[in-house]
Design a protein around this ligand. Structure first.
Ligand SMILES: *[C@@H]1O[C@H](CO)[C@@H](O)[C@H](O)[C@H]1NC(C)=O
Ligand SMILES: *[C@@H]1O[C@H](CO)[C@@H](O)[C@H](O)[C@H]1NC(C)=O
Ligand SMILES: *[C@@H]1O[C@H](CO)[C@@H](O)[C@H](O)[C@H]1NC(C)=O
Ligand SMILES: *[C@@H]1O[C@H](CO)[C@@H](O)[C@H](O)[C@H]1NC(C)=O
Ligand SMILES: *[C@@H]1O[C@H](CO)[C@@H](O)[C@H](O)[C@H]1NC(C)=O
Ligand SMILES: *[C@@H]1O[C@H](CO)[C@@H](O)[C@H](O)[C@H]1NC(C)=O
Ligand SMILES: *[C@@H]1O[C@H](CO)[C@@H](O)[C@H](O)[C@H]1NC(C)=O
Ligand SMILES: *[C@@H]1O[C@H](CO)[C@@H](O)[C@H](O)[C@H]1NC(C)=O
Ligand SMILES: *[C@@H]1O[C@H](CO)[C@@H](O)[C@H](O)[C@H]1NC(C)=O
Ligand SMILES: *[C@@H]1O[C@H](CO)[C@@H](O)[C@H](O)[C@H]1NC(C)=O
Ligand SMILES: *[C@@H]1O[C@H](CO)[C@@H](O)[C@H](O)[C@H]1NC(C)=O
Length: 647
């Protein structure tokens, strides 16, 4: 066994995330983060400003001033509200005057003994321009920490002069709008333990390439290359970085087959390397396996082959083929399983119903087929709240037994404080504790649009079975699942009436029954759903008057398209004399509405708008945060694939 795998050297926790948008891949490992943080992040407590220390060296002061002068200071350039021009107060004064000691300047850190500038912390400093290779920055050869993140280098190149800063241990050039190839001189910074080049989407790493980067920078403990254009396969040399604790390769254009053996006992290929061997046993502490949004193909990696703590498996948006490995049945802590947008060819994985913690199951856009089958008490999906089976080849009846038994989808008290699904692995070293956050995310169709949820409220309840070939009637038992926010049964082959029990889904915001063979009238009970913001029954065989009142006054006529028998507002076709009056109780023949419910309906009918508006307002403000925050940000990063789905 490799010595570095000895228990004493095992990281406290470990988190792996590989993600990509477009043609990317990402890998994010999180190990012994605390040690890392404490070992090389500058300590604020000993900030140079109140320490007695020698004045800075003249040559370094003038180097800093020239460095400052090579930029435009653009306070508007950064969207970051905490940004401010730290260099603005750097001034050259006469000898001995206040402010002439560059060691006291904002963002400058000097060595207490020698007075040499050893740290430059200029994150979010409104710097705009480019850095020449003969910039005076590179004469600050004592620098150990350089943070220029969140500035705007105008799509210029990282200057090769950076190679002169051979003492650098920490380099942060993230979110800087650098472009072009990373200079191979960077490889000379062999002491680097921290490197963050993330969020520079125009920055390329084809030359020298990730392989050489990891071969030369062997001391790296943290490597952040999210949204850097690497465009290669995952080099096996990655495994040589024996000190590596955090590896972030999301959205990097990595491709090819994922070296699955990372999660297994070593195979021949990996026999001589270190990390994979460790990982096989480290996976006990793996919390997150996030390989989403890449171009990974081949079979899904066997996971959970050893006792484990996995909470999240996200393999969505890849080209994985074959079946869901049955080893997933051992992922007893699994809460969040995302396999959407792959080429998985399997039947409904009913056996996942044995997982006691599973809350989210996304199987969208694969080749799942066959009937859902009957419910079995050994596979009860006790906590399932969000299930997306859309765009597959499922057939048969809707699983009414499941609808009766998915208890977690029944209405619970609305929590006062909105919480999000997340993993919170704890890290512990003697005398110090720390908790990390990893927000779960997913893509789902809501209100007719495919949306990326960067966070998932832990009260969100949703079913999307659209785009399959389900037939038969919508079971009335679906009214049991009265916690629903989203119900999408569109584009199937459903027949019969819309059950009036759908009116029991009082939390519903989005109801899509379009493109089926549904007939009969739209039950008046649906007007009870005061939060309903999206309703689509287009392209069915519905007849009779459209219910009026409450949210129904807000739906466009496109919601009712393609139903030749429907009449009344918002359609231009008026109802005949027999149906002229607003629908009354006689229009809701089916369903088993209780007396109490019915009174509520009538009451709602009179004062519904007020109820609707006030509750709706509450809900809007309550949800505003989640909808706006979650969709706004990621929208610009939609891949081509995603855009196609959106429209
Ligand atoms: C701060 O400086 C003092 C004196 O140099 C040293 O003893 C102490 O360990 C330092 N603290 C930190 C957090 O670096
Ligand atoms: C930014 O780049 C543009 C185009 O290359 C160039 O015209 C402009 O002068 C640059 N601005 C600065 C401040 O370097
Ligand atoms: C080096 O600096 C001089 C001015 O000092 C400038 O003219 C020249 O373009 C710079 N060279 C490079 C490679 O940036
Ligand atoms: C690396 O840079 C990215 C992008 O600016 C930032 O989100 C991330 O927090 C940085 N990582 C660390 C550890 O500083
Ligand atoms: C990278 O490492 C190799 C050997 O480990 C060395 O020969 C080469 O000079 C290094 N590259 C740079 C740019 O320092
Ligand atoms: C990455 O770089 C390659 C080579 O320059 C280029 O063809 C490709 O379009 C880039 N990818 C992205 C996502 O920018
Ligand atoms: C890195 O790993 C490869 C095998 O993947 C091995 O051949 C090579 O010697 C290793 N390099 C170093 C510097 O350990
Ligand atoms: C993993 O752990 C098992 C038992 O704990 C041990 O037999 C095996 O050698 C370990 N594998 C590696 C690669 O360390
Ligand atoms: C829908 O079901 C009917 C019979 O119920 C069948 O004739 C028809 O082919 C089905 N449509 C599709 C698209 O499968
Ligand atoms: C309703 O669904 C149909 C078919 O699925 C779709 O074409 C239409 O755009 C949807 N209407 C609205 C208002 O979203
Ligand atoms: C839908 O509404 C538009 C204008 O609001 C109207 O012109 C159109 O005739 C309506 N379509 C139907 C089918 O009622």
């Amino acid at each position: 066994m490799d010595p570095s795998c000895e228990p004493s050297s095992l990281p406290f926790a470990f988190l792996l995330s590989i993600e990509n948008m477009g043609s990317t891949l990402c890998l994010f490992m999180f190990m012994r983060f605390l040690l890392l943080v404490s070992s090389f992040y500058p300590m604020v407590a000993n900030s140079s400003s109140f320490m007695q220390q020698p004045l800075c060296h003249d040559s370094e002061r003038s180097a800093l001033l020239q460095f400052k002068q090579s930029f435009l200071i653009d306070g508007h350039a950064s969207g970051d509200p905490s940004a401010y021009p730290k260099v603005a107060m750097w001034k050259s004064h006469g000898e001995g005057e206040e402010g002439s000691d560059c060691c006291s300047w904002d963002g400058v850190e000097c060595d207490r003994e020698t007075g040499h500038v050893i740290g430059l912390h200029l994150a979010s400093s409104c710097l705009y321009g480019s850095i020449n290779s003969n910039s005076t920055l590179f004469s600050l050869v004592h620098l150990r920490r350089l943070d220029l993140s969140d500035n705007d280098f105008n799509y210029s190149q990282i200057p090769f002069g950076v190679g002169q800063l051979s003492r650098l241990r920490s380099l942060d050039l993230s979110s800087d709008r650098f472009a072009g190839q990373i200079p191979s001189e960077l490889l000379a910074l062999s002491k680097l333990v921290f490197l963050n080049l993330s969020a520079n989407p125009m920055l390329q790493l084809q030359k020298p390439g990730l392989r050489y980067l990891v071969q030369n920078l062997t001391h790296l403990k943290e490597l952040h290359l999210r949204q850097v254009n690497i465009s290669s396969t995952i080099p096996h040399e990655l495994a040589n970085l024996s000190s590596l604790r955090t590896l972030f390769l999301r959205e990097c254009g990595l491709h090819g087959e994922f070296p699955m053996n990372i999660f297994q006992l070593p195979s021949l290929q990996f026999l001589s390397v270190r990390i994979p061997q460790c990982l096989a046993n480290l996976s006990k502490s793996l919390f997150i396996l996030d390989l989403g949004s890449n171009n990974l193909d081949g079979p899904i990696p066997q996971t959970c082959t050893v006792p484990n703590n996995l909470r999240v498996i996200d393999l969505g948006e890849n080209q994985f083929q074959g079946q869901i490995p049955r080893s997933f049945a051992n992922c007893m802590m699994l809460e969040h399983l995302v396999l959407g947008n792959n080429q998985i060819d399997d039947i409904f994985p009913f056996w996942l119903g044995a997982l006691p913690q599973l809350q989210v199951l996304i199987l969208r856009s694969n080749r799942f087929h066959g009937a859902i089958g009957s419910w079995h008490s050994n596979f009860r999906f006790p906590k399932l709240r969000i299930v997306d089976l859309s765009d597959n080849k499922f057939i048969g009846d809707l699983p009414s037994e499941y609808f009766q038994n998915w208890d977690a989808m029944k209405l619970t008290d609305i929590a006062n404080d909105l919480r999000y699904m997340q993993a919170r692995p704890k890290f512990q070293i003697p005398g110090y504790g720390w908790t990390a956050h990893y927000m779960y995310s997913m893509t789902m169709t809501n209100r007719g649009m495919q949306r990326f949820y960067e966070k998932i409220p832990d009260v969100f309840i949703a079913i999307d079975f659209s785009g399959n070939n389900f037939k038969g009637q919508i079971p009335t038992s679906i009214g049991n699942l009265n916690g629903f926010h989203l119900l999408n049964l569109g584009s199937n082959n459903l027949t019969g009436h819309i059950p009036s029990s759908l009116g029991d889904l009082t939390q519903l915001e989005s109801l899509d029954l379009s493109q089926n063979q549904l007939s009969g009238e739209i039950p008046l009970q649906l007007t009870r759903i005061t939060f309903l913001a999206f309703f689509n029954v287009s392209h069915n065989h519905l007849t009779g008057p459209i219910p009026q009142g409450n949210q129904f006054t807000t739906f466009p006529n496109a919601s009712f398209d393609g139903n030749l028998g429907l009449c009344g507002s918002p359609l231009s076709r008026a109802c005949g004399s027999s149906e002229a009056s607003p629908p009354t109780s006689s229009s809701s023949k089916q369903g088993s509405t209780s007396e109490f419910d019915w009174k509520f309906v009538l009451m709602g009918y009179g004062s519904g708008l007020v109820i609707g508006v006030s509750i709706g307002y509450y809900l809007t403000s309550w949800k505003h945060e989640w909808f706006v925050k979650t969709f706004g940000k990621r929208q610009r990063k939609w891949t081509r694939k995603e855009r196609r789905h959106i429209g």
